[in-house]
Design a binder for this molecule. Sequence first.
Ligand SMILES: [Cu+2]
Length: 210
Amino acid sequence: MARSVRRGRGQCQDTGRAARRERGGGRCEDRGPARRLGSVPPRIGRRPLVALGSLVALAIATSVLGGCGSGPVPPTPVPTPGTAAHPREVNIIAREYAFDPSAVDLVPGETVLLHIIDAGLDVHEVVIGDATTQDAWEVAEAAVAGAPPGPTPVVSVPPDRTGLRVVVTSGQRVDVVWTVPAGTAPLIVGCHIPGHWAKGMQVPVRFIGP
Ligand SMILES: [Cu+2]
């Protein structure tokens, strides 16, 4: 079962089902200054300067390509799945007209503490559910498009299509504890305040393994 912590006037609905890095072992040795005091510096002509420049460029390229921090970027570590006792915190930020992150990573069956934040000026919502759920809310909310300013109109969908829904107003944060379905059927995070879905407020849930 999901439970929510209200911070403001948001609505929440839920079905409740819910280096020092090794560098190849090589060592560097300091051989001291290249020129001793009193010695006469060698004459550097045009050609040696060109050669010296080439060597510096090669050294920089080698440093960038093969030096510290090189190599393939490691994959993002898979988080420890949340439990009922210790839900994993997940942020979803809504603004005009997008969600951040652009894909919400969840582990099937884990319990998460969603921090849903409206960082925009308009009212937004987070609906998590499959395509059927998204369609149901899109139709239901389109029916109240053009409602006068004021409280968000009350809308509803059939009980088996509610998914998780949280409405947030500008600057508001609503925290919701929610258990991710154990299956891996595709889920979407969407906003159906009239017009918002079409403007891009839809991102996928990306299931990740423990
Ligand atoms: Cu929105």
